[in-house]
Design a protein around this ligand. Sequence first.
Ligand code: ADP
Ligand code: MG
Length: 261
Amino acid sequence: MAMTDDAPLLVANGLTKRYGHRIGCENVDLTLYAGEVLAIVGESGSGKSTLLQMLSLQMMQTRGDISYRMRDGQMRDLTLLNEAERRLLMRTDWGYVSQDATLGLRMSVSAGGNVGERLMGLGWRHYGNIRNEALDWLDRVEIDRNRIDDAPRAFSGGMRQRLLIAKNLVTKPRLVFMDEPTGGLDVSVQARIIDFLRGLVADLDLAVIIVTHDLAVARLLSTRIMVMRDGHVIETGLTDQVLDDPHAPYTQLLVSSVLQA
Ligand code: ADP
Ligand code: MG
């Protein structure tokens, strides 16, 4: 059966994670469409990262299903993928940008090597082409081209984060997971990164699921928002509507405490 463009990209039902007796998150339903940016917000410990790690196949759920529309249009149950399919998805069709760039980068491999590695995963073999594409991406994330042979070990925190973004976008993924992508950086550095992330997301027509405790980041990047508390979804809707006119008392509290900050 042919899939239409309005078929969802990712669907999760009843996603639940228990750590022993402790609830990581419970009964989360979620639907994401191509090109859509969903922000998952909530205080520390509300289950955001747990949810993101399950959705991105880095952690096994206790219960619930996730399905994803592959490039061939087939909707697949992600728990049923074989190892090769799963690896291909994670290396090419998906990106993952966490707060800690040292987890996503190879710190002693050159900047060009870090970016080029993902292209080689897609089958690129020509050295000159790979290098040119890497240079192009350094430009896009505002890293000086002369640094292409330097290892990220020698980079500042902001540069590492920008390189991680380049590495994860170079394969033109359809879906990128981000967990506090600007957390831990200086405010001025954050603002610049959020700014070009916005541009890249629009240019590349990426679908993004971004976890953040920062409502300003959610406001700038996302079209839809999901508010979590104690592992449960409290409220969900269009970002501007939820932030301007929150319905749940908890969301009202969250929004007003930001306004007072
Ligand atoms: P957030 O990303 O919103 O800060 P987390 O998903 O990290 O929240 O955590 C949700 C809940 O699950 C918290 O109560 C946290 O203490 C618990 N938790 C997270 N990871 C683990 C773990 N590896 N073992 C036990 N409990 C965990
Ligand atoms: Mg977290």
